[in-house]
Each structure stands twice: as structure tokens, then as C-alpha cells.
Design a protein around this ligand. Structure first.
Ligand code: PLP
Length: 355
């Protein structure tokens, strides 16, 4: 098996992949593939019910929130959020902490006014801005909890006078959060929850119905809530694999247990980056992500040979995003600490060879 440090789609637990593969041929021994069963069948309803229950349990979702499994990726949520929450004459506040935040705020501009409360664009998003005021007259305040491309992560959430909308695509289920602090959380499944093809939305029901515009059914959270994520044919297989991954997480001890493992993996890797003279981290230490660890070679000429060594060791997906360069090791929930140690050993071996 390879050591998969890919950023997205990310690694899934091996046992989940095995079960998912079996279900393609024969789902739970019923003589039909999971790809063939009706989404209205009792079998799939049980899958969706369990997936929703697991999300509620693992995140501690309080009363008054709905859990949806939608399609279109997190990028569709960039538009769906303002479509549903931002009146044409209203204003939404955005924190611009990376390219995904920037894409989100650009979409919001199609629907109403946008105030960017702060940005770290001038430093190519190497830190998370913290010095700003959230306007009390905004319809919502949008943040990105983990900036996948740059390797920064919000360690604390900002107290807000207005509902907080959070893109948690790359760190959902990786650490404890207090759902009650958020009006809406969304996340593409393909990092910590499952395969690409479904998007999780957790929404506080009372924030809906204020945008005062007509919304087509598929883009309307209310329609999706009333349809129980089945207004149209849902992405049966991605929801099934997400459910299996959430089961796996529950069996491991839930978010609290995985948070400890994630901390240990990140600590080990950052310690090596700071210790090894050939590499250096790229973002502000206090904002370093526990999910996407970005670093560069002190000598740019070392980049290619280090990637070659990684390849030889079965380490895949560590090439940095094209807008940052260098390396990015994504250490999502399903990546075992043993893989992190293989990467650390490779860094040490490389340093030894290039003294
Ligand atoms: N938001 C964040 C934080 C991401 O990391 C990504 C993809 O990597 C997206 C949004 C876009 O997600 P999707 O491809 O599901 O639209």
C-alpha cells in the first residue's frame, strides 16, 4: 500500500474501501449492487438515516439543526449560501483567508453586497487575519476553517454578532467543534468524510427564510430539508461510503479520539520540519494546520530529488499546490501515524545524503 498524503480526494480507511468494494458487487447480501438499488428502497433509507444519525452524534449537533447530503461539491455551497441567506439589499461579511474563501465571496457578489473584513492575500495567505470587526448588520459571516492549499487553520472561532457560515471541507470531523457556534457548516465529503460526490450541510433551521427571493428547488435549503436530502435522486454511493467512514470514526472513539491522533501526527511532522536544516515551514506557526502541512526545501534544487525519494518510498501526493509550490503533506483522519513516520524518515535520509 502507498502512503497517501494527497490533498483531495484524500485517503479513506482501508477497511472502508474493502466494504465499499464488496457492496458494488452485492450490497449486504441482497443480490443487488449498491449502485442498482432504488434510493427509495428500505435499504438505502437505512443508509441515509444512519449517515445522518452518525453526523449528529459525532459532531454533537443540537436540536434545531438539519443535516443534509447534497451534490455539487463545496463550490455549489459558495453560491447556495448567499442565494438562501443574503437579501439583495443586504450585506454578507467574508474573511478572505485563501483561494477557496475568495471563490466563496466572489459567488456571494452575484446575490448582494459583500464586505471583506480582512484578507491575508498580500502574503499569499500564509497566516489567518485576526484583527477585524464583524459588522453587526451583516446577514452572516463566512469563514474557512482550514485553508487546504496554504496549510493554515483557524485554531479558535471568532465570537460573532451574526450567524457564522463555515466551509469545513478540509477539517470536518478532525477536531471537536461546538456546532451551536455556527449558523451553517458545509463540507465537500472528499477529505475526511468519504468520496467526492456528496456535500454535507449542517444548518440551523431558524436562519432560513430571510433572503426574500425566489429560489429554484434544487438550490433551496428548505426544499432539501423537506425532501430529507431526497428531493431528487441522491448520490447513493458517496453517501454509503461516507456512512461507512463515519462508522469507522465512531468505532475509533469519535472526533475526540481522532483529534488526539491528528495532533500527534501534526506535531511529529512539524517538529521534523523545524529541526531538519533542509526544509522550512511556510506559514505562521500559530496558524499551522493539523490537516495540510505545507513546507518548502531551503534549496529549491532539492525539490525534485526529494519528490523522487518520496516516490521510491511509496509516499504519494506530497507535491505542493501549484500556487504555493514546495510540498504539502495532507494528514487526514485515515492516514496512520506510521505513514507520517515514513515521511519523516525520508526527510532525515534526504538530509543525511545532502549534508
Ligand atoms: N473549500 C475548501 C476548503 C476546499 O479545500 C475545497 C477543495 O479542495 C473546496 C472548498 C472545493 O470543494 P469542491 O471541489 O467539493 O467544490
Amino acid at each position: 500500500m502507498k502512503h497517501n498524503f494527497g490533498a483531495g480526494p484524500g485517503i479513506l480507511p482501508h477497511e472502508v474501501l474493502k466494504q465499499a468494494a464488496e457492496a458494488v458487487v452485492d450490497f449486504n447480501g441482497i443480490g443487488l449492487s449498491i449502485l442498482e438499488i432504488s434510493h427509495r428502497s428500505a435499504e438505502f433509507e437505512a443508509v441515509l438515516d444512519e449517515a445522518v444519525r452518525l453526523v449528529k452524534e459525532l459532531l454533537g449537533v443540537p436540536e434545531g439543526y438539519s443535516v443534509l447530503f447534497l451534490q455539487g461539491g463545496a463550490s455549489t455551497q459558495f453560491a447556495m449560501v448567499p442565494y438562501n441567506l443574503l437579501p439583495e439589499t443586504g450585506k454578507a461579511a467574508y474573511l478572505e483567508s485563501g483561494v477557496w474563501a475568495n471563490k466563496a465571496l466572489k459567488e456571494a457578489k452575484y446575490f448582494g453586497n459583500v464586505e471583506v473584513v480582512a484578507t491575508s492575500k498580500e502574503s499569499n495567505f500564509t497566516y489567518i487575519p485576526k484583527d477585524f470587526t464583524i459588522p453587526a448588520d451583516a446577514s452572516y459571516f463566512h469563514i474557512t476553517s482550514n485553508n487546504t492549499i496554504y496549510g493554515t487553520q483557524l485554531k479558535q472561532f471568532f465570537p460573532s454578532p451574526v450567524p457564522v457560515v463555515c466551509d469545513m471541507s478540509s477539517d470536518i470531523f478532525s477536531r471537536k467543534i461546538n456546532v451551536a457556534d455556527f449558523g451553517l457548516i458545509y463540507a465537500g465529503a472528499q477529505k475526511n468524510m468519504g468520496p467526492a460526490g456528496t456535500t454535507l450541510v449542517v444548518i440551523k433551521d431558524e436562519i432560513l427564510g430571510k433572503a426574500d427571493r425566489k429560489i429554484p428547488a434544487m438550490f433551496n435549503y428548505q426544499t432539501q430539508i423537506e425532501g430529507g436530502s431526497m428531493y431528487n435522486t441522491p448520490p447513493v454511493y458517496p453517501i454509503y461510503v461516507s456512512m461507512l467512514t463515519l462508522r469507522w470514526l465512531k468505532a475509533k472513539g469519535g472526533v475526540e479520539a481522532i483529534e488526539k491522533e491528528n495532533r500527534a501526527k501534526a506535531d511529529a511532522l512539524y517538529t521534523e520540519i523545524d529541526r531538519n536544516p533542509l526544509f522550512k515551514g511556510v506559514c505562521a506557526k500559530e496558524d499551522r494546520s493539523d490537516m495540510n502541512v505545507c513546507f518548502v526545501a531551503e534549496n529549491p534544487e532539492h525539490e525534485k530529488p526529494f519528490l523522487k525519494l518520496c516516490d521510491e518510498k511509496g509516499i504519494v501526493g506530497v507535491k505542493g499546490h501549484r500556487s504555493v509550490g514546495g510540498f504539502r503533506a495532507s494528514i487526514y483522519n485515515a492516514l496512520p501515524i506510521t505513514s507520517v513516520h515514513v515521511l519523516i524518515d525520508a526527510m532525515q535520509e534526504f538530509a543525511e545524503k545532502n549534508k
